[in-house]
Design a protein around this ligand. Sequence first.
Ligand code: DGL
Length: 289
Amino acid sequence: MEMKVRPIGVYDSGIGGLTVLKVLKEKLPNESFVYFADTANLPYGNKSKAQIIDYSNNIISWFQNDIGAKLVVAACHTSSGLALEEISDNFAVPIVGTIYPLLNCILNNDFYKKIGVIATPASVAIRTHEKVIIKHGFHGQIFSIECPDFVPLIEADQLNMDALKECARNYLSIFERLQLDTLIYGCTHYPLIKSVIEEILPNGIRYIDPAEHITQEVVRLLTQNSLLNESSDQTPSRFYCSNNPELFSTKVEKLMGIYKPSIALKDVHNSSIECQENGSFKQIDAALL
Ligand code: DGL
């Protein structure tokens, strides 16, 4: 297949990466996307670095070798921060993560002096965002906090709003005292609860949702490498997950506004298992985002 018309692979542990897919799809309507949610291993935030590297390696290999993606977006900060540096050289396919695309905006604007980052425990344990931002010349202050219960609450069948609000108040109380000028959503799930977060924090804070910056980087790379799909045919996006496609399907329907999306089950961590849904091979329905 001609390189330009190949799909872009996008992955996350679950629904978080849909916040990135949505912006990608808006800005690049001619591109086709394949989304993979590693729901069997969710949440990534409490896994070891070795596990995150292993999962990321398997997913990117599948995108490169089976899907034939022309570019892969790691729409997951935990995978981007813990795995990409270690494994991206193993792949010919270009990979865009969530952290480096933020640098341009942060380093070229005097506004940013006191930044807070909210992220998963795995990301905060090794200060993935802080390290990259400081290493590239940021001279202000940056504080990261982990929010371990956010992803399980966001991914639950029913969102428990009271539990979420209480949890958010506890996590964010330290930021109320620090007088931040900026908050980075350092996990792609968190923009899904931005109304809760932004109600708690003081007015005047600037919020950075990396989805816009990731999309700009994807556009830049595709343009620079003459890989933009010039065909004006809108190609349906395809969705795969590694566990419970029925539940994932209801979430995609709600978040992406797609009526009854069909999701295929795919175990990328065990290549001998083929795509199945309800025990038999299932093709993805045409579902336009
Ligand atoms: N959405 C992912 C991230 O951006 C992973 C969250 C999780 O599974 O813990 O870090």
